[in-house]
Design a protein. Structure first.
Length: 105
């Protein structure tokens, strides 16, 4: 399956538009990650634990979107958009949504 943020795939015309597909995930960071990330913020540098959580959330949302496209017999999803939001009390959880158009190339 081809996943692309562009609206076309070079050299492969879209034969059929199958509809919008989405994937969502909400993931929380635990108190220890928050504690060590706050220390990292004070001394500088990247927060590896938050980067891993962010990557995991993105991968999960893309996987769910792809699974929805497969159910429609798509072989590509084009025009993919990723959105990131914090939700929950004090913004303690991360929500990632992926959306795109399932197509048959």
């Amino acid at each position: 399956m081809i996943l692309s943020t562009t609206n076309t795939i070079e050299g492969k015309p879209v034969n059929d538009y199958l509809g919008i597909v989405t994937g969502e995930t909400i993931i929380g960071a635990n108190i220890f990650k928050d504690f060590f990330a706050s220390i990292r913020d004070i001394v500088g540098g990247r927060s590896g634990s938050y980067e891993r959580v962010l990557r995991e959330a993105k991968d999960t949302a893309l996987k769910e979107m792809q699974e929805e496209a497969i159910k429609l017999n798509a072989n590509a999803v084009i025009g993919i958009d990723l959105d990131y939001e914090t939700v929950g009390k004090n913004g303690g959880m991360l929500m990632v949504t992926a959306s795109g158009t399932a197509v048959k190339l």
